[in-house]
Design a protein around this ligand. Structure first.
Ligand code: 13P
Length: 254
């Protein structure tokens, strides 16, 4: 099964509109000839419009970092899927570990957000991953199995074409500690098997699974070379055009 590599930059709470525009303007020429990978940048909400405008007509796509599950209403501080779609946004990250850790995100809210986003026509990047304590307690499979089963509850198999999973071991995020390619591959394989058990082999075979957690130009090639690693969700190394572009070319094996 050929799966197109997908590299997404999660800018987290970084970059004003002006700084986001500057990054994308610098990135565009560096990746203009990349056809082997899908490239996505995910700025904060207030930077989305500027980045959508800067990326227009290029091979850089734009994603948000969160979305609310309701269509509209009394949800102060929240953003709906329709608001994203009508702003020119194509992707949305859901269930990042920082949202699970600091903002009370659960598998149930991940599920509700996924359903709303897919219904509105967004492509979703759903994050899963274990903490250090869970890994050391041999609970990695149990935790990720639960995140997938409960997070994906009631999702139609046909909608899975618009779903990407990001495996982000929490202990590897922003720490400089990357999972070894073999360690990451083992979990990616488990994620594909779990999705296969729910949605069948065809859906699982087509599913793209990104690795995230201290991915950088120096380790991207080896990680993405693994059989079940189909790209990356990048934090720190996505904040500068040259390192993000280098990471992309490494990931596609140039
Ligand atoms: P770092 O690449 O900074 O470790 O962040 C990974 C991440 O959380 C991307 O969503």
């Amino acid at each position: 099964m050929e799966r197109k590599v997908i590299i997404a930059g999660n800018w987290k709470m970084n970059k004003t509109a002006a700084a986001g525009k500057e990054l994308v303007e610098a990135l565009k020429p560096l990746v203009a000839d990349v056809t082997e990978a899908e490239i996505v940048v995910c700025p904060p909400f207030t930077t989305l419009n500027a980045v959508v405008a800067a990326a227009a007509g290029s091979n850089i796509k734009v994603g948000a970092q969160n979305v609310h599950w309701a269509e509209n209403g009394a949800f102060t501080g929240e953003i709906s899927a329709e608001m994203l779609v009508t702003s020119g946004v194509e992707y949305v990250i859901i269930g990042h570990s920082e949202r699970r850790q600091y903002f009370g995100e659960t598998d149930a809210t991940v599920n509700a957000r996924m359903k709303a986003a897919l219904k509105a026509g967004l492509k979703v990047i759903v994050c899963v991953g274990e903490t250090l304590e869970e890994r050391e307690g041999n609970k990695t499979s149990e935790v990720i199995g639960r995140q997938i089963k409960e997070g994906f509850e009631g999702i139609a198999a046909a909608d899975m074409a618009n779903v990407i999973v990001a495996y982000e071991p929490v202990w590897a995020i922003g720490t400089g500690k990357t999972a070894t390619p073999e360690m990451a591959e083992e979990t990616h394989k488990f994620i594909r098997e779990t999705v296969s058990a729910i949605f069948g082999g065809d859906v699982a075979g087509a599913l793209r699974i990104q690795y995230g957690g201290s991915m950088k130009p120096e380790n991207a090639r080896e990680l993405v070379a693994q059989a079940d690693i189909d790209g990356g969700l990048i934090g720190g190394a996505a904040l500068k055009a040259d390192s993000f572009a280098k990471l992309i070319t490494e990931a596609i094996g140039r």
